[in-house]
Design a protein around this ligand. Sequence first.
Ligand SMILES: Cc1ncc(C[n+]2csc(CCOP(=O)(O)OP(=O)(O)O)c2C)c(N)n1
Length: 372
Amino acid sequence: MAGSVYARQVRRGAEGKKQALPVLIHGDAAVAGQGVNQEMLNFSNTRGYGTGGTVHIVVNNQIGFTTSDLRDYRSSLYCTDIFKMIEAPIFHVNGDDPEAVALVTQIAMEYRQEFKKDVVIDIVCFRKLGHNEQDEPMVTQPLMYKKIAQHAGTRKLYADKLAAQGVIVAGDAEQMIKDYRAALDEGRHLIDPVISDYQSKFAIDWTPYINVPYTEKCDTTVSMTEMQRLSKRLTTVPDNFTLHSRVQKIIDDRKQMGEGKLPVDWGMAENLAYASLVAAGYNIRVSGEDVGRGTFFHRHAALHDQNRESGTRALSGRCRTSQKTRAASCASTRCCPKKPCSPSNTASPPRRRTNWWSGKRSSATSPTAPRW
Ligand SMILES: Cc1ncc(C[n+]2csc(CCOP(=O)(O)OP(=O)(O)O)c2C)c(N)n1
């Protein structure tokens, strides 16, 4: 989900992180137990994957399937303690108090929009019935479910409160429940949509990809002059940028490869392939911790200044500072490099940008330069 939102943010350009918000709903057992959450949180503030903060809502019914005894359940006090690893604010809120939940949600949203970081709403509540239709939770949680059986339910408590305050009159709540139920049974909209025929300008039209062969032929040749131009660009390093001697040797060799004095090796071929695509207006995302340099010291798509004083200062095709060459606006492998991206295979609003590879302004669609 966070990855999908990241892509949507890229499509939206500079304001993407503000306009597209990831909201994740977790169970209390799943949030503490599933490794994917730890992985996602570790990604949350990285340059190549950060979404500017996810709003996490934990429906904390204090039980996972049938396990609620802390001796069996987990080793931290709160199920949300995993979020402490990124120092996210965590709001523990009483699920029996819908207005408190609404208030906390508002605060959480404002925090996320202001600070562009993850935030957590831990709604402490309970599961009225069992985990599924045939369940009998009393079997495993006799004490807990004796208490739950005496609880009138959040809806009733809140309706009674509103009636006592004079916000609704007695009987209104029952009618609302009946109307809601009837709407569900009749398949009616539960909420009247404000705009019924809204078509997002960022929506992708998948129809060209449905029921067609996946082996469309296309011409991927690149002229020798273009190859030589790209080789020059790839091997030109700014004056104030000092390469490690081993990388310098690779770049020097690549220079000779571009001039036809040495056979082109794997690393150069790869970089030329990326460069030709980027120069043709296609954004490329090569993803992974070591992809800039290359695991086998062969790629060097990102170059590191050996005299840098702080942080990372790298040169790469798409981004000065990241190892990752990022976000494809044209995500489809079926998109032919020789064809201009049509509105159906790219969803980014047109933005002009400069390619480091080509040195020229591109009219191609472009992802947002990440802000960090
Ligand atoms: C990786 C994994 N382990 C175990 C399960 C089995 N399982 C299904 S639901 C569940 C409990 C989930 O509890 P919680 O996250 O609190 O959500 P709840 O159903 O209580 O809302 C478990 C353990 C699973 N689906 N996936």
